[in-house]
Design a binder for this molecule. Sequence first.
Ligand code: SR1
Ligand code: MG
Length: 400
Amino acid sequence: MTVLTENTYKPLTNEDAAALVRKLKLIDGHDLAVSEIGDGNLNLVFRVQSSTESIIVKQALPYAKVVGESWPLTLDRARIESEALILAAKYVPDLVPKVLYSDSTLAVTIMEDLSDHSILRKSLIEGTAFSKLAAHIGQFTARTAFYTSDFYLHPFEKKKLVQHFSNPELCKITEDLVFTDPFFDHDTNEFSSALKPDVEKIWNDELLKKEAATLKYQFLTQAEVLLHGDLHTGSIFVTEKSTKVIDPEFAFYGPIGFDLGQFFANIALNYLSQHHHSSEPFNRKETQETLLTVIQETWTVFQNEFTRLVHEESKEVFARTPGVLQNVLEKTFIDSVGFAGCEIIRRTIGLAHVADLDSIPCEDVQLFLKKKALHLGTSLIKSRKSISSIEQFTSIIRGA
Ligand code: SR1
Ligand code: MG
């Protein structure tokens, strides 16, 4: 059902967004102020405000905004996003924004406004810590994974969900941008000429490429659980008490460790950037150790909650067979370290960098930290199978 005049797609103007909200009677008041606030790579995001309340109207564009109309992109991602949010709300209701309305023809999702929250990436760059973040992300990843996995669902139901969340175009973006292009001389890559020798080292490292190809193959083939698919620190809104995971338009069935790996990578990139962002050495150490604690605690909460759910709610007959869950958790951990390595390399030299590093004004400092990031990403990918604990993982980041 569309609420504009025709049953066809059109990009919304500010006036259209207000008319839609008025027609749906989602907030009171006729004098609605609208601003387009989207700063992401792909979509239009309108905040529609009355004198007392506000909501968000998000609309997918038929192309990737970051590149332009030359990169067409399916509108189906808006359906995927709203349905993934609605599904997640069943298992982690406090950790996602409430969806108030969706329309797959208009590619629109209307949801609660989280303007009392801030984007995690921005807050981390400012050096702010969030004491509940790790517990929340550990819970989010464990619960969304378990309740969409074969441990919990009947195989027919699970395979129906795999089809429902088939997301080939958005997966292809990740397959290219995270797992392929940075490892070759590809025109989507972006880096300064001073970094070229380090980038060429990556392009010429056959062992690294073999391991990146293995991780890509896992991403392509292992339909274990429904993933968020793009769990970087720009996809998370925070306050001290609350965490909301937004933007699951990349959701699809993939390997459990992928969301954890992307989250760890983006925290690790912020860790490196603190060499610049916190100028006082004491503050810097403290901020950096807090970030490593976030990685450790996220994994611990994920592992404990996933284990508890398998023990208490699994319908799979092998769930309690000794060693079965342990194998799944060990594989998930190793994968998450490898996926983190790919994401770190991609955010440093591929398409869609991170402000943590790119906002550093001094080019020499940027270069110094980007070299460290490439080195860290490379060693995580290559040595992931010999990293046997989360403490070992964080000590590799500390030593980067
Ligand atoms: C063309 S899209 C570039 C990136 O933005 C999204 O947030 C994903 O991370 C994607 O890889
Ligand atoms: Mg996004």
